[in-house]
Ligand binder design. Sequence first.
Ligand SMILES: [Zn+2]
Length: 280
Amino acid sequence: MKISRQVRAALSAAFLALVGAGAAVAADVCGECTAKELCATHGAALEAAFEEWGEALTSEDEGERIEALVALAELSHEHANAPSERAAEALAQAMDDPSLRVRQRVARLLANGQHPEIAVRALVRECERIKQGLGNGNLVQTLASDSDETQVAMAYIANIPKAAGELKDDRCVEIIYKILKQLPAETRGQPIFVASCDALLELGTAKSVEAVFETLSPWSDDPGLRRVHNSVLRCASRRDLEGMPDWGEDCVKGWRKWWRVNKRAFPAKLGKAKLVLEED
Ligand SMILES: [Zn+2]
């Protein structure tokens, strides 16, 4: 479908007014695609892409699998108002890839302009795996296959909650909250801990923010904990709130006091993730 720049800009503006602005991908909207059905042009593009990349999805080369997944994920960015369920399903399936490197990449793709319901379910399921791995005592051993080095596994573990934190959905809050609560005290300051805290602050519900500053207790002068404190500060500043406590022995007490005044600035619930677009 060929539409002029002006028409597209007008459609884009109308759509933005409809869904509200927020952080998201630079993306185009298509006035003819609907949630139920893609327009002829984009439907054909989807068919052609699966024709071209379908085989590479099961390639033995992980680089080829990633390339195919990136190509399928990009399709939806041309009709961000109606992201393809089929493309998102292909990404969701790739969350079962034996390689953590692939799964980490897929998580990033799912968090960026894909069908929100399919993306949320896939990322929550992946977070459940991390939670189970924590329950089994050795997260890295539980998750990593022979081909994955510890470094890849650690990056993966930190990136999954990060991706889930970008989808504004109560199910993401619930699972990351559970992960944070399950993390043993000695992981405070480690990547999985910091990533879970960051994700909860990004989600920004009352429950998720409170859970984060409570992790500072018992306080110690640890750089990882200080990072968490600074993240809560930034989260509060973004909302133009004031009176936040300074870093130090009394900061947990300070946060609790601050919380009594400012808790209502944070929503109790987010509901389900919706499409979020912004102008490119
Ligand atoms: Zn279209």
